[in-house]
Each structure stands twice: as C-alpha cells, then as structure tokens.
Design a protein around this ligand. Structure first.
Ligand SMILES: C[S@@+](CC[C@H](N)C(=O)[O-])C[C@H]1O[C@@H](n2cnc3c(N)ncnc32)[C@H](O)[C@@H]1O
Length: 256
C-alpha cells in the first residue's frame, strides 16, 4: 500500500495537482512561518515537507512504519535546513495528543485519512485538541455527494446508480473508503470549538480525464503546471468545487 500510494499515486499528474492545490489553499490560511504544523496521518510527508521547505516547523505523525520509512527516505532529498525542521512520530491519530505530549500547534493537517476510518469522530476530536487557540485545522477527505462520478466515468452504470446515496466505495488504492460531507464535518468541528472558515474542491478535470481513460503525462511539466492552475481556480468556485470527488475544509479554533 505504501509503495502504491507513494510511488504510484504521487508520481501521477493527479498526485502533483493534489499537493500543489492543497499547498496553495493552505497558504491562504496558515500564519507566516516559522509556525508549528502537525500532519496527522502525514504518511511520506508529501503535504508537509513543502511546508518545512517554506520555513514551517513540521511534525509528521503516522501509525505506519512503512509510510514513515518512505518519509525518512524522502527527507534525505531535502536541504539540511528544511530537514532539521521535520520530526517524524509513529502513533495512531486517535492518540495524537498523548503522542505529542500535549503540545499545541498553529496548524493541524489531516489529509486523505478520515476515509479509511469507520468512525471519523475520535480522530477529528484529536485534531481539534492539538490545535492551539486561533490555530488552523485542515482536513481533506472524500466527498460523499459525488460518489456517482467515478463509476459513471468508468461506465459502470449500475454502480453509478447505486452510488447516488452511498457513503462508501472501494477507493483508488483498492480498499474500502468512506466519504463525508462538508456540512457534517463542519458540524463535527464546530462542536469542538473549531469554526469552519472555507472549503475547496480537490481534483475535477484531471479526475474526470483519468477515470474516462485519458492518460496524462506527468513528465510534461508545462502541461502539468497548466492543469494545476486550472484545478486551483475550479477548486474555489461554485459549481465546480461541489463536483469534486474530494474536498478540503479549513477551520479556526477559538482563541484560548
Ligand atoms: C492516503 S495516505 C495519506 C498520507 C498523507 N496525509 C498525504 O496526504 O500524503 C493515508 C495515511 O493515513 C495513515 N493512517 C491510517 N490510519 C490512521 C490513523 N488511525 N491515524 C492516523 N493516520 C492513519 C496511513 O498510515 C497513511 O499514511
């Protein structure tokens, strides 16, 4: 799974677009560096290493030794200055507060993790606890409202019909995946003292192209950058963002 995700998904145009779009969306809300960032379920650090390069103090927390090994390998490719700003920590997100010894962070990220959990609440609870007063909580997860998109584009019409009211599917990594709605997740944050600020779509056109069978060339840097610019624009506008298969929700914890 770690190989499939790190060497497969992230080596694709969609992988590049995801990192780029989320990074830009994050920078609109994060305090200026150096500020502390906890990346829960941070995996190989694809989202948080660019933040370390931008001057943030990053802690990647993940339960998987295989993903943390990948993170360690990728860390070697960073300049020494950025590398020194990264800490890797092995723990379940559900035990994050204890694992970081009660430290509070200026931003807590959790991207592409909630969908793999049967019940998102214990993890959302920890994300909100680990954020400092005035800190940002950033969650990316599957959009339950667009579950019919992928089977329809793959011309699996029966699956598409039953997906309209579904909240789970077998995801792109081949394991069962749950999806959420912006409204429900916003409510979970609000109950824990984190006020939702903004939400974005993640992936639209690159997703539709891939699932309908068009191969995008990740080595064509000019095309990839142009696609990412279009995706970024679509991600913040209605109706486009509503049609994305994943969404990025950001909230701010009440000042303590
Ligand atoms: C699809 S990867 C996403 C990695 C990273 N957040 C990113 O965006 O590149 C999912 C990650 O969630 C981690 N994970 C699974 N269960 C978790 C849990 N209960 N708490 C925290 N992380 C978990 C996995 O080990 C894996 O690294």
């Amino acid at each position: 799974m770690a190989d499939k995700f790190v060497d497969g998904a992230y080596a694709s145009v969609k992988g590049y677009v995801r990192t780029h779009v989320l990074h830009r969306q994050l920078l609109e809300h994060l305090p200026a560096p150096p500020a502390s960032v906890l990346d829960v379920g941070g995996g190989a650090g694809h989202q948080s290493f660019p933040l370390a390069q931008a001057g943030y103090d990053v802690t990647v927390l993940d339960p998987s030794p295989a993903m943390l090994d990948k993170a360690r390998q990728r860390l070697q490719r960073l300049a020494a200055e950025a590398r020194m700003r990264v800490t890797l920590l092995q723990a379940d997100g559900e035990n994050a507060e204890e694992a970081v010894n009660g430290r509070r962070f200026a931003a807590v990220l959790c991207h592409g993790v909630l969908g793999y959990l049967e019940d998102p609440e214990p993890l959302v609870d920890q994300l909100c606890r680990c954020a400092a007063g005035g800190g940002v909580v950033s969650i990316m997860t599957g959009n339950a409202k667009t579950a019919a998109v992928r089977p329809a584009l793959e011309r699996r019409w029966d699956d598409a019909l039953s997906a309209f009211d579904a909240t789970a599917e077998v995801g792109v990594l081949g394991v069962p995946t749950r999806a959420d709605t912006v409204e429900h997740l916003s409510e979970l944050l609000r109950c824990r003292g984190v006020e939702p600020m903004d939400w974005y779509g993640v992936w639209l056109f690159v997703d539709w192209l891939e699932f309908s069978g068009t191969e995008l060339d990740p080595s064509d840097a000019e095309q990839v950058a142009a696609a990412a610019a279009v995706e970024l624009e679509a991600s913040r506008r209605d109706p486009y963002r509503q049609l994305s298969r994943a969404f990025h929700l950001l909230g701010r914890k009440a000042p303590s």
